[in-house]
Design a protein around this ligand. Structure first.
Ligand SMILES: Cc1cc2nc3c(=O)[nH]c(=O)nc-3n(C[C@H](O)[C@H](O)[C@H](O)COP(=O)(O)OP(=O)(O)OC[C@H]3O[C@@H](n4cnc5c(N)ncnc54)[C@H](O)[C@@H]3O)c2cc1C
Length: 422
């Protein structure tokens, strides 16, 4: 069996490695110069390699950690790990206690700072109500509706729910799916935070490509696959014939790759999806930075989270994450840098101006995780030997690295099973 995997983001990498492990001949095509997709690494003036966005993982990302094991990467060596810590410099703060889940969260919340005991109790009740609502499987509604029904105060909306939803779903409260948020909390609350000590390319993407090569697979960069055509039940790509194809490109590129007969259905589904931006601002300082934690949140800042990269690579760098960054219009890079430096000064007032900055805006960073979002049904494509992979396919999770890797594994297994059965 010979399979083409189109797109070397994390979904495509996971699919290619998994297929190659099962003895399948795999060719991984990538339009860009490097693999990694939206989580690729890039060179930037004045910095060591940077990622396209500062990525946060949790140790509950089971598929990602499985991929790391499969590509011989020691997760303990590549990640800086801390117990879940919610540290808003200008608001509510808590840290999961060193206890088994969910006790770690319960005790951590009760010990939290900048809130009265009755406020903490209210928050616990709201979290429990959400958990019950999820167990009852009662359809879906927006997070904003849930907060209104629970009469959650503006303080708790701003200091907890909004940063949580923006950070995990990159979707406004008014349209964000409560069902997906409940899944995120059920699986993720109390997990450790993991941040890569170096760039994701060197730590994770390159080892995946090495593993693929060791297993006999091929990686072909700078090769954009055009609309698929079939000859004698084989797909023809760049003069090579393939039995099956895994399409692991972002949702807005899928229709351009699918054959004519598969295009219309996908386009019909995709017209209801929309995207939100994430901007990452990297600042480099000449002085030593000392933020209160590896990740410090701001309730009333431009950035929602400031990551002190000193904890990661020993450099005096900050990565600021701005979810839903389209709300700021089109700022120039130096305007972003000035705004984020002002944020940093609120936490670390003695810092001089940064000596270098890099601003990266990904306009279609993730699909909106909207209420009642219907995942695409790919049965018809599967029958014809095409399998989709990508972060937008998960019914359970928002568009994340975990969703991408899960979908890649699943596509590989479905593709393999189809061929074993025929
Ligand atoms: C700024 C930012 C911050 C983020 N932060 C987090 C985070 O903290 N935690 C988290 O879990 N997730 C985060 N995400 C989401 C995460 O990066 C994505 O969910 C994940 O990278 C998507 O992987 P993918 O393989 O599904 O798609 P992609 O990464 O989009 O990969 C698709 C690949 O296909 C290639 N391609 C497209 N068309 C073709 C073609 N015709 N032929 C060949 N190749 C093609 C593209 O070049 C690309 O490399 C963030 C995303 C962004 C943008």
């Amino acid at each position: 069996m010979k399979v083409a995997v189109i797109g070397a983001g994390w979904a495509g990498l996971a699919a290619a490695v998994r297929l190659a492990e099962m003895g399948v001949e795999v060719v991984l095509f990538e339009a860009g110069r490097v693999a990694g997709g939206r989580a690729r690494s890039l060179e930037a003036n004045g910095f060591a390699m940077l990622d396209n966005g500062q990525h946060l993982l949790i140790d509950g990302y089971a598929a990602v950690f499985e991929l790391l094991r499969r590509i011989d990467v020691d997760a303990d060596a590549v990640f800086a790990r801390t117990p879940m810590r919610w540290l808003m410099a200008d608001g509510w703060q808590f840290q999961a206690a060193c206890l088994p889940k969910p006790l770690n969260v319960l005790v951590g919340l009760l010990r939290g700072k900048n809130a009265s005991l009755s406020e903490k109790w209210r928050l616990l009740c709201d979290l429990l109500a959400l958990s019950w609502w999820q167990r009852l499987g009662s359809g879906d509604k927006s997070v904003a509706d849930f907060l209104a029904q629970r009469r959650v105060s503006a303080k708790w909306r701003d200091e907890f729910w909004q940063p949580l939803v923006w950070g995990s779903l990159n979707t406004p409260l008014e349209s964000a799916s409560l069902r997906i948020l409940a899944n995120v909390l059920a699986d993720g609350l109390g997990c450790d935070f993991c941040l890569a000590k170096g760039d994701l390319g060197a730590l994770l993407v390159n080892p995946a490509l090495r593993k693929l090569a060791d297993l006999g697979g091929r990686f072909v960069a700078q090769t954009r696959v055009e609309q698929l055509t079939q000859i004698n039940h084989k797909y023809l790509i760049k003069n090579e014939k393939f039995d099956n194809v895994i399409v692991a490109v972002a949702p807005y590129h899928v229709a351009g790759v699918l054959p004519e007969w598969g295009r219309a259905d996908f386009q019909a589904a995709e017209k209801d999806w929309y995207y939100h931006a994430i901007t990452t601002v990297y600042l480099k300082y000449s002085q030593e930075i000392q933020l209160p934690a590896m990740m410090t949140g701001l309730v009333y800042g431009t950035a929602q989270w400031l990551i002190d990269r000193n904890y990661l690579n020993g450099n005096n760098e900050i990565a600021a994450v701005i979810s839903l960054s389209e709300q700021y219009g089109s700022l120039k890079a130096d305007e972003w840098a000035a705004k984020i430096h002002a944020d940093v000064l609120r936490v670390s007032p003695n810092l001089e101006k940064p000596i270098a900055f890099q601003v990266i805006t990904e306009k279609r960073a993730t699909t909106a995780i909207a209420i009642n979002r219907v995942p695409f049904n790919q049965n018809y494509l599967n029958k014809k030997g095409i399998f989709l992979a990508g972060d937008y396919l998960s019914e359970r999770y928002p568009a994340t690295l975990e969703a991408a890797v899960q979908s890649g594994f699943q596509a590989a297994l479905m593709c393999y099973a189809k061929n074993s059965a025929t």
